[in-house]
Design a protein around this ligand. Structure first.
Ligand SMILES: [Zn+2]
Length: 484
């Protein structure tokens, strides 16, 4: 099987209104269309908490009255950037970008033009700029900004820097309709300023399109029903991926004659590898160990998940105890992305020690690594020798799977995935990881205030002793050597 680096798998069945990772939909057998999203396209389904959060922001920002996402599958595409940014995919197109605003310390929604049309239809009549018809060609053809003389309506609540929706309007028009939506952009002036002026740039346009009606594909049923249908629409893809992975795993075990180890982290990717291992090895009598490292910085759901997985699949994981992070912290100071002593001391070293003592000639470890996770990982081979542990061979059976493949596989198998995902986290890990983005830190603060408090208290004391500012406490600590 050949896989392109960075190929985006996400397609859409416009008839069923479902994401499909293949050219044909397995439900209606019709052809699917490519969804235009930002690479690498590691898309995942939106969980109810994600939707709730997005709806709250929409209400706050645009005063949206209705649930735009009701009975529809919503996907989220994490895009690479400095900090938290996600495309929200609805009805087979990007509805908006969800962005964590570092300066304002909150989330903002940047709708696409299609998103704006849906917002207007849902009664989102806040942050609106109406412009005269005769300036439309300048915006569409010359990508001009909205200038003060073209403005006929300007919402009183607009402040400088706000995301706004630009409508084509007559002087006396009072209704807002989706067919008037011309574009979206950022206000360069607030209401007071606009009222005082008779010239100047009022809105910097981000996207503009010839006005038309919003596109709604059919409702997909309630969430449970939608998920079932989504699995059905993708069944052929998932079966193909599973079969390929199982074959690969069996071949690898036959070829590399070493004890087999499955590394479990509590995350969705390692759960997928564990499930595949059960199917690949159990009925062939191939024995394997499942290991889990408890760093002492796991979220409570992760520890619960380990127990749940053990019970469900009738297995006992080997729990590897890690060094005490807090003790080591006194010695090393806060970890950073460029100073990751934490993963070395609390994860790699204990595993190394364990493997050395248990498997004298090394082992074959299956891990949940995927190339879509990051650019660093995109060029990894599927099997490689561990740099740290002599004799250890590592193997990534789901290297070429996207997050969507993983989720569909877990849903299809009704696998007990970590409940942390339902809160809106993209990944599972230590709750103070320096690799976290500010948006993720916000989620930790929101759902685990006590856990975060201990860390923040430490950061504050450290900052005080070392003359570091509030910016450092807020997120600067995540790099040790980068200039602040
Ligand atoms: Zn279909």
């Amino acid at each position: 099987m050949k896989h392109f680096l960075g190929k985006i798998h996400l397609r859409w069945c416009k008839y069923c209104n479902l994401p499909v990772l293949d050219k044909t939909c397995n439900v209606c057998k019709r052809e699917t269309v490519q969804v235009k999203i930002t690479p690498p396209g590691d898309v995942r389904p939106g969980f109810p908490k994600d939707i709730e959060m997005i709806n709250n922001i929409l209400k706050d920002q645009f005063n949206v009255q209705e649930d735009i996402f009701k009975n529809r599958i919503v996907l989220l595409n994490k895009t690479p950037g400095v900090d938290y940014m996600k495309e929200i995919i609805l009805d087979g197109t990007v509805f908006a970008i969800l962005k964590y605003d570092v300066e304002k310390s909150n989330w903002t929604i940047l709708p696409t033009v299609e998103g704006a049309r849906k917002i207007i239809n849902a009664g989102g009549f806040k942050k609106i700029v109406g412009i005269r018809k005769d300036v439309v060609p300048y915006i569409l053809e010359r990508h001009a900004s909205v200038l003060r003389p073209g403005v006929v309506y300007f919402s009183q609540d607009i402040r400088e820097g706000d995301e706004v929706i630009v409508l084509v309007m007559d002087e006396n028009e009072e209704d807002f309709k989706d067919t008037q939506v011309l574009g979206v952009g950022k206000a360069r002036m607030g209401y007071q300023e606009v009222m005082k002026r008779d010239k100047g740039m009022v809105v910097k346009i981000r996207h503009a399109e010839t006005p038309k009606e919003a596109t709604y594909l059919r409702e997909t049923g309630d969430l449970k029903e939608s998920i079932d249908k989504m699995i059905q629409a993708n069944e052929h893809v998932i079966e193909k991926y599973e079969k390929e992975a199982i074959g690969f795993m069996r071949n690898t075990v036959e070829r590399i004659k070493k004890p087999v180890v499955i590394a479990y982290s509590g995350g969705k990717d390692s759960l997928t590898v564990l499930l595949l291992s059960l199917k690949a090895f159990r009925d062939r009598g191939i024995e394997f160990d499942v290991i889990f490292v408890d760093t002492g910085l796991e979220l409570p759901e992760t520890l619960e998940n380990v127990e749940e997985v053990e019970k469900r699949y009738n297995l006992e994981m080997i729990k590897i105890e890690s060094e005490d992070f807090w003790e080591k912290l006194e010695e090393y100071g806060p970890p950073g992305r460029d100073y990751r002593w934490c993963s070395k001391i609390c994860k790699m070293k204990p595993v190394e020690r364990f493997i050395r003592s248990r498997y004298k000639d090394g082992c074959l470890t299956f891990v949940g690594l995927r190339k879509y996770e990051s650019i660093n990982r995109s060029k990894k081979p599927r099997i490689w020798k561990s740099k740290h542990i002599k004799g250890q061979i590592q193997c990534a059976p789901i290297l070429h799977w996207s997050a969507m493949h993983v989720w569909l596989y877990l849903f299809k198998n009704k696998a007990p995935y970590n409940k942390v995902y339902q809160l809106g986290f993209d990944r599972v890990g230590c709750y103070i990881c320096p690799a976290m983005e500010l948006g993720e830190i916000e989620l930790i603060k929101r759902y685990y205030p006590q856990l975060w408090e201990r860390w923040e208290r430490y950061l504050r004391e450290y900052a005080k002793k070392n003359n570091l500012d509030e910016e450092w406490v807020k997120g600067g600590w995540r790099w040790r050597y980068r200039e602040q």
